[in-house]
Write a protein that binds this ligand. Structure first.
Ligand SMILES: [Zn+2]
Length: 436
């Protein structure tokens, strides 16, 4: 694709950025200022490097050129304080078109189709993640919790921000999670009760059902979402579900399973060290009910028995609205278990990397921290799509032995040396710098 892909992805973000209401436009006549700020902030998250802007400013002074201009189309590099102030006034929904454009690109290229692995649907994991936490810094929209370390000590208040992330995942390798638009768990003015993840999930479904129902998604989630109202909301959004269902928290379902005749399937695999017995058990047509309403769901139980150890090393159970059969039970379980990838791959990026980046940018009063979270997710989506279908990117990625080394190499090149385009950057990182 020769750099076309990233150029196209960035084009979608640029267009979104240029359509943002520019509150300062009238005062100084600089039309593209907000777009420059947004693209600069995005570059920080794309390279996962808080000092990106300083390095590019230094390059501009030294060489009268810089990579933010060639790679991201930024005319004037802002300071982080300026960027935060501008971004603070942008509502998260203003950035949604950038996610839509990126997903459209992934769809057109076929990258998204490779995620259609569960009965023709794309598994999307919903999961709440803290992306900011502090004892001192907070705003009106922060969530908070009191932590008491020991009896007799004073209570501490911890402030945090949480996003309900929605991420397309699939079993197998490579592990590439593709984030969709998240929903923020957020305290609004004048509300006594703190917002929560389950409410955020209901809002996400309502807000995005038209946007995503055509994609045919199956929602994966933990036990927290396994309740009649959320299941109903998912169905009404035109999606399917596959949700963890612990016996302890759903005694009514457990009771029905106990007195039914389940279907079973078993297979044994040698993993090079041990014989693992995969045991599947399922019951179609269980009643899930609440508030006088019922819905028919299907129950799935799975365990792995290690013959050499003589012990069950993994077990879990789920409910789904997809009919379970011997033909699909193995794949369905693999999809359900792929949900952990969101934590390993995706939430780590938000927590460990985005977290530091955000601390560097600051918190803001209204939306700045949410904007940083969105830009981080969007950067993650761009990297995911590139990893799947951009050959130059893939060569650069595979040249590094670990992901962390790839990012290190990318930053090193971008911070120190001028690159006239993305191809030049990726070829250099892959060990084959272009001539000239
Ligand atoms: Zn806050």
């Amino acid at each position: 694709m020769e750099g076309e892909l990233i150029t196209k992805l960035l084009g979608g973000l640029r267009e979104t950025a240029e359509n943002l209401p520019d509150k300062r436009k009238a005062s100084n006549g600089r039309k593209y200022e907000t777009a420059d700020f947004l693209m600069s902030a995005f570059a920080v998250f794309y390279f996962q490097h808080p000092s990106m802007l300083d390095f590019q400013k230094a390059m501009e002074e030294r060489e009268k050129r810089n990579n933010l201009r060639t790679l991201f189309g930024v005319e004037t590099i802002p300071g982080t304080d300026q960027a935060r102030k501008i971004l603070d006034g942008i509502e998260p929904k203003e950035l949604f078109p950038a996610f839509d454009r990126a997903l459209e690109t992934a769809r057109e290229s076929g990258a998204l189709e490779s995620y259609r692995v569960l009965e023709g649907t794309i598994p999307v994991a919903l999961d709440g993640t803290w992306y900011f936490s502090s004892k001192e810094i907070h705003c009106d929209h922060c969530l908070s919790m009191n932590t008491k370390k020991r009896e007799g000590t004073e209570e501490d208040t911890r402030y945090y921000h949480e996003a309900l992330c929605a991420v397309a995942v699939k079993p197998g390798k490579p592990v590439v999670a593709l984030p969709l638009i998240p929903e923020f768990v957020r305290n609004e003015d004048g509300k006594d009760k703190q917002d929560c993840e389950r409410n955020a999930a209901k809002r996400w479904l309502k807000t995005h059902k038209e946007r995503y129902s055509g994609l045919k998604l199956t929602i994966l989630g933990d036990d927290l979402y396994c309740c009649h109202p959320v299941c109903k909301e998912i169905r009404e959004a035109g999606m399917n579900f596959l949700l963890v269902c612990k016996d302890g928290s759903h005694p009514w379902i457990a009771e029905q399973v106990k007195y039914s005749l389940p279907q079973t399937h078993e297979k044994t695999e040698w993993n090079g060290r041990n014989h693992l017995v995969y045991r599947y058990k399922w019951v179609n047509g269980i009643e899930n009910r609440a508030d006088g309403e019922t819905m028919s769901v299907n129950y799935l139980y799975f365990e792995i028995y290690n013959k050499e150890k003589g012990a069950v090393t993994y077990k879990n159970s789920w409910i789904t609205d997809i009919e379970i059969s011997k033909g699909n039970v193995g794949n369905m379980t693999a999809c359900a278990r792929a949900r952990w990838k969101i934590e390993n791959e995706h939430n780590n990026v938000l927590k460990n990397h985005g977290y530091n980046l955000e601390h560097n940018f600051g918190h803001g009063k209204e939306h700045a921290n949410e904007l940083f979270c969105l830009l981080n997710l969007l950067a993650f989506l761009f990297h995911g799509i590139q990893r799947l279908i951009d050959d130059d990117y893939r060569k650069a990625y595979e040249h590094a032995s670990r992901k962390i080394d790839f990012f290190w190499a990318l930053r090193y090149e971008a911070n120190r040396y001028f690159h006239k385009n993305w191809i030049s950057l990726f070829l250099t990182v892959s060990g084959h710098p272009p001539d000239g």
